[in-house]
Design a protein around this ligand. Structure first.
Ligand code: NAP
Length: 336
């Protein structure tokens, strides 16, 4: 990739994925505007870029506040005269179970992750349309595509980003502005540092490529989408998750269908699965529990009924296939 002569603005680039993207742009020749709510982190990324021989400015701005974003774009214009690439990377999590989530947790995440993208796209599109050239890349999340327990606010915000990406691709194509999204899975950054070790291990087990992603893995996809090699790609969501999003699979094995505590056992196993992977399953827990207790009394008939019932209730984008099989006193439920 060669970005010589181009200017990129990367939001939230004081750390993590954003910092990596900013450095990769600079290594490929771009001048970069660094934005963050941590001035210290933004300054440090900007200094690293200058040490690579590129120009950089660091701008303190909260992407959720439109006036601050307007001023940020004015700074970019007065420093570089143009903007070629915008990466909407700034994002936060404020996780919590729905029934305990506060209004503030909900609002903060929607404001930064979704309204922030709206604010930045609005001013970037004005500048880019004047020059009939631009690349906008939004950082979404596999949580939006798969659902994730305790992330209703985050998943909704990123789902909104995906919808906005598709709409803006259509609106802005007339100005030769490409709008795409990259959807990371589990990436090692300060955001995921706080995830407990046991949960990390569990998540990594769900990744077909067998490892957590690195910020550069996401950066490579972003750089491609920002390049003219991707000139004919717009409105797309590119998953960068080591296969985590493609394949959602877990085989539950519920032993001894004759024991009294079956419902509890399957609930526990289903929750363990859902906790890391998909809220879609959680909706099914009562019916799965009911299913298993009924199997104990009227095995074959119920299995047949439920297999066809389950396959009728496929939720697009959440599960592609479910199957149930019984071997003696053992029931296997697979969710793909
Ligand atoms: P990170 O290390 O926490 O970096 C995010 C950066 O954005 C931080 O420097 C943060 O500053 C800054 N920021 C927060 N609120 C901001 C605001 N209102 N305005 C401007 N900057 C703000 O997180 P990351 O893991 O690199 O995540 C980057 C993006 O990837 C996010 O959109 C995230 O949702 C997405 N993503 C990450 C993963 C993952 O596994 N890491 C997976 C899927 C998607 P402070 O640190 O000072 O708050």
């Amino acid at each position: 990739m060669n970005f010589t002569g181009k200017t990129a603005l990367v939001t939230g680039s004081g750390s993590g994925i954003g910092k990596s993207i900013a450095l990769m742009f600079a290594q490929a020749g771009a001048n970069v505007a660094i934005n963050d709510v941590s001035q210290k982190d933004a300054d440090s990324t900007a200094q690293e870029i200058e040490s690579l021989g590129r120009e950089a400015i660091s701008i303190f701005a909260n992407v959720a506040v439109q006036e601050e974003v307007r001023e940020m774009f004015e700074s970019v214009k007065s420093t570089f005269g143009q903007i070629d690439i915008l990466v909407n990377n700034a994002g936060i999590t404020r996780d919590g179970f729905l029934m305990k989530m506060t209004e503030d947790q909900w609002d903060q995440v929607i404001d930064v992750n979704l309204k922030g993208v709206f604010n930045c796209c609005k001013f970037a599109a004005r500048m880019m349309s004047e020059r009939q050239y631009g690349k906008i890349i939004n950082i979404a999340s596999a949580s939006a595509q798969m659902g994730n327990i305790e992330q209703s606010n985050y998943a909704a915000s990123k789902g909104g980003v995906i919808s906005m990406t598709k709409t803006l691709a259509k609106e802005l194509a007339q100005f030769h502005i490409n709008v795409n999204a990259v959807s990371p899975g589990f990436i090692e950054t300060p955001m995921t540092e706080k995830v407990p070790e046991k949960v990390k291990e569990y998540l990594i087990q769900q990744i077909p490529l067998g490892r957590a992603g690195k910020p550069e893995d996401v950066g490579n996809v972003v750089c491609f989408l920002a390049s003219d090699q991707a000139a004919y790609v717009t409105g797309q969501v590119i998953s960068c998750s080591g296969g985590m999003y493609v394949l959602v699979y877990k085989d539950f094995m519920v032993t001894d269908l004759t024991t009294a505590n079956l419902s509890q056992e399957i609930m526990t196993k289903a929750k363990a699965f859902g906790a890391g992977v998909s809220t879609g399953l959680v909706n099914d827990i009562p019916s799965v529990a009911e299913l298993v207790s009924r199997i104990a009394s009227d095995a074959e008939k119920i299995i047949q009924e439920r297999i066809s019932g389950l396959s009728r209730r496929i939720e697009p984008g959440v599960h592609e296939r479910r199957s149930l099989r019984r071997e003696g006193n053992t029931c296997h439920l697979s969710v793909f």
